[in-house]
Design a protein around this ligand. Structure first.
Ligand code: SF4
Ligand code: SF4
Ligand code: SF4
Length: 246
């Protein structure tokens, strides 16, 4: 079994704004694009156009319709999910070979593919479904927080952010050090009451989610309530109108 560092010097992670995410999948596609040739070796897509496709994606977007209280219309929430770089990462402590590890310097959780034996214990332990098994190479993979971008001195400083953050057209994704209370990400979490996913499990995810803001009838962009069309006076037309409206 593998140990976690007693303390990490930073808590690098993502803050994802569920109020703003439009579910366009640009972050997921750019993650795949970047990591296809990135640090953790190419991501596989087996038989992509045939039956039984199988592929590795570090970032996946799930969309839900959420029932709202009172008169509020139901809300569609798009929920991007990748590794949350947990402080008490169960995926690390169950790993029998030391392949899964958490870095003391910045808190990023990684997989050393040379040590991974593909036993999948980490994917069973991760309650967030954030591990991705590469059945082609027989090793586990996961979001790396794009360490090959964020520390890449050859990139312009403004580009040293994860690929998913750099591509979000809605600016729904933010990256930074959540151990620093003055960082932009920490301030966002404080202002918007950002929360942990399933905190009751005690894995203390670093990544945070900002909740959707409540909608009001005067929310911009909300379509006005449709008023019913007047019924035709002629009985036959009235019947026809009702029949066609079913
Ligand atoms: S790119 Fe941004 S807006 Fe689009 S799905 Fe990803 S997080 Fe949401
Ligand atoms: S989200 Fe899952 S894979 Fe990522 S650190 Fe937490 S337990 Fe491990
Ligand atoms: S941080 Fe990098 S590896 Fe992780 S989901 Fe974003 S693009 Fe993918």
């Amino acid at each position: 079994m593998t140990s976690l560092p007693e303390k990490t010097n930073k808590k690098l992670g993502l803050v994802i704004d569920l109020d703003i995410c439009v579910g366009c999948h640009a972050c997921a596609v750019n993650c795949k694009e970047w990591n296809t040739g990135g640090h953790m070796a190419p991501l596989t897509d087996l038989n992509p156009y045939g039956k039984g496709q199988d592929g590795v994606w570090f970032n996946r977007i799930h969309s839900y319709e959420v029932e709202c209280e009172g008169n509020q219309a139901n809300m569609t929430v798009h929920f991007p999910k990748s590794c949350l770089h947990c402080e008490d990462a169960a995926c690390v402590t169950v790993c029998p070979t030391g392949a899964s590890y958490k870095r003391a310097e910045d808190g990023i959780v990684l997989v050393d593919e040379d040590k991974c034996i593909g036993c999948k214990l980490c994917s069973w332990a991760c309650p967030y479904g954030a591990r991705e098994f590469d059945s082609d190479q027989g090793v586990m993979k996961k979001c790396t927080l794009c360490i090959d971008r964020i520390y890449n001195q050859n990139l312009e400083e403004v580009e040293r952010v994860p690929a998913c953050v750099s591509t979000c057209p809605a600016n729904a994704r933010h990256y930074g050090d959540l151990s620093d209370p003055n960082s932009e990400v920490s301030r966002l979490v404080a202002e918007r009451e950002g929360y942990d996913l399933m905190p009751e499990l005690g894995y203390k995810p670093t990544n945070k989610y900002l909740p959707p803001r409540p909608r009001t009838d005067s929310s911009p962009g909300r379509a006005p309530e449709a008023s019913p069309a007047p019924e035709p006076e002629n009985r036959l037309l009235r019947w026809l109108d009702r029949a066609l409206s079913r």
